[in-house]
Design a protein around this ligand. Structure first.
Ligand code: NAD
Length: 502
């Protein structure tokens, strides 16, 4: 795919407006996955670009952090209204750059907008505590203060929702923000930057800098940065977590996943199959909460799921996300599609049974691939151990519920896990004992609402805080207590012992 010399290069957003990338900066092509055409270019960025964004955020911090919380919230109310009013256009941009179907793009926008709505309540969320008279004439109080400049580094698969997991809460708490979008989907970040400006956010409070490793490494080590939120693959999450914590930053780094859906013999198989179709093949499997492993308990359940899934996959409507009725769009790039095909080849070589071969659905125009289903996958296989991030579902059969639970718990990732059953006691055991951060009971993709918090366990999250909700407020603020006395002149005595209440 060669890029046209006329293809536009995306700007950075620094200090309240677009900033042209430094001349002669190398660029990366941005594709429309449905056609395979290059639509624009994104600058590879540089240390200088990253430092300009950080300088802008640092300069904006004193004024923005001193703005009363309820006034900061007004910016979020206006931002929310703008996003909602423009949701069709924004969804079309996501569909064009990412490839997901339009309604799915609107779904991610809606889930992101809900985080903005949560941040509109920031005045209440930041309310501190006061204890009158912790000693005679002495009051105690606690409060949460913003950190300073915070950074967000985000993946390609949710161009709107993942940045919105971070920025609205960080900004509402009084921080200033630098966002590093994925080079595959750079436009939504710029749209949101413009909308935040139009909503009354002061210049410099929100910045966007594009780029790769050099930009990221500058952002996560610069002394002006207090905290780093990262969402992406586990190797990069681990790198960001290690490097940024060594540099003294507070870090939350969310990584990859291999989400299991366990099916007990008493589950309704039609519901299970519908749940699997959406959660394994929706968004072409490019979701960190996609179900990539189904674990039926007992061969009878396994056979029933396998038969019905095979029928349903044959009916799956694959095509451009802009067309009505399409259920699965293309993969994000040709290189990513090749990687997914490589995994399907590996699964066959490893001895798994390829029941439905999505490689037949590889298109010559655009980055389409069919849905694949493997049966008789075993825990030692690479297709089981590693995240494929494509429309490939693996079936691992278990004989008992205990064996299925042990399988989920032994996997290195622990983002989401689901159980389908009509047995309340089994569900209770699963919720209590499964080692995953987000658990579904008869819900395949248990993505928490904005007022709860999102995050995995094990090697799906590095750091202490999940993202958004109250965890987000805690992550983007630090705690302070004050002990206050207004004594009469000359009444204070020197105390040489540990002060105690009198
Ligand atoms: P990625 O790790 O390749 O990229 C994520 C971000 O890191 C991008 O902005 C990218 O430019 C940057 N980056 C990439 N390589 C880097 C390097 N060597 N040094 C510094 N920065 C680097 O991830 P992706 O392919 O964009 O997204 C898919 C991955 O994200 C999947 O693994 C998926 O599970 C994960 N994800 C996780 C969650 C979650 O909440 N746990 C949510 C969405 C996506």
């Amino acid at each position: 795919m060669s890029s046209s010399v006329l293809t536009a290069t995306v700007d950075h957003w620094i200090n309240g407006g677009p900033v042209t990338a430094t001349p002669d900066t190398p660029t990366t092509d941005v594709y429309c996955p449905a056609t395979g055409e290059v639509t624009k270019r994104v600058p590879a960025g540089s240390r200088t670009d990253a430092e300009a964004a950080l300088a802008s955020a640092a300069a904006a911090f004193p004024t923005w952090s001193a703005t009363p919380a309820h006034i900061r919230a007004r910016v979020m109310f206006a931002f929310r209204d703008k996003m909602l009013a423009d949701i069709d256009r924004l969804a079309a941009i996501i569909c064009d750059e990412h490839g997901k179907v339009i309604d799915d793009a609107k779904g991610e926008l809606q889930r992101g907008i809900e985080v903005i709505e949560f941040s509109c309540g920031i005045a209440d969320l930041l309310k501190g505590e006061v204890t009158e008279s912790i000693g005679t004439g002495v009051d105690g109080m606690s409060m949460r203060k913003p950190l300073g400049v915070v950074v967000g580094i985000v993946p390609f698969n949710f161009p709107a929702m993942v940045p919105l997991w971070m920025a609205p809460i960080a900004l509402a708490c009084g921080n200033t923000f630098v966002l590093k979008p994925s080079e595959k989907v750079p436009t939504l970040a710029m749209e949101m930057a413009a909308m935040l400006s139009e909503s009354g956010l002061p210049d410099g409070a929100f910045n966007v800098v594009h780029g790769g490793g050099e930009v990221v490494d500058t952002l996560i080590t610069d002394p002006r940065v207090e905290a780093v939120s990262f969402v992406g693959s586990t190797p990069v999450a681990e790198h960001v977590h290690r490097t940024a914590t060594e540099a003294g930053k507070r870090v939350q780094a969310l990584g990859g996943a291999k989400n299991h859906l366990v099916v007990l013999p008493d589950a309704d198989i039609d519901n299970v199959v519908s749940a699997l179709m959406g959660s394994a093949y929706g968004s072409a499997g490019e979701r960190c909460m996609a179900i990539s492993v189904v674990v039926p308990v007992g061969d009878q359940v396994a056979q029933a799921i396998r038969d019905r899934l095979t029928e349903r996959i044959a009916e799956l409507r694959v095509g451009p996300g802009t067309e009505p009725g399409i259920e699965m769009g293309p993969l994000v790039t040709d290189a990513h599609r090749d990687r997914v095909i490589g995994y399907i080849d590996t699964g066959v070589a490893e001895g798994a049974e390829l029941v439905v071969d999505g490689r037949h659905g590889k298109s010559s125009t655009g980055f389409f691939l069919g849905a694949s289903l493997f049966d008789h996958v075993t825990p030692d296989m690479r297709i089981y151990r590693e995240e494929i991030f494509g429309p490939v579902l693996s079936m691992v059969r278990a004989d008992t519920f205990a064996e299925a639970l042990d399988l989920v718990n032994s996997h290195e990732f622990g983002n989401g896990a689901a159980l389908f059953t009509s047995d309340g006691r089994a569900a209770q055991t699963f919720v209590s004992e499964v080692r995953a951060g987000m658990v579904g009971v008869n819900v395949p993709i248990p993505v928490p609402m904005a007022f709860h918090s999102f995050g995995g366990w094990k090697r799906s999250l590095f750091g202490d805080h999940h993202i958004h909700g109250h965890e987000g407020v805690r992550f983007y603020t630090r705690y302070k207590t004050a002990t206050v006395r207004w004594p009469q002149a000359g009444s204070a005595l020197a105390e040489y012992v540990m002060p105690t209440a009198k």
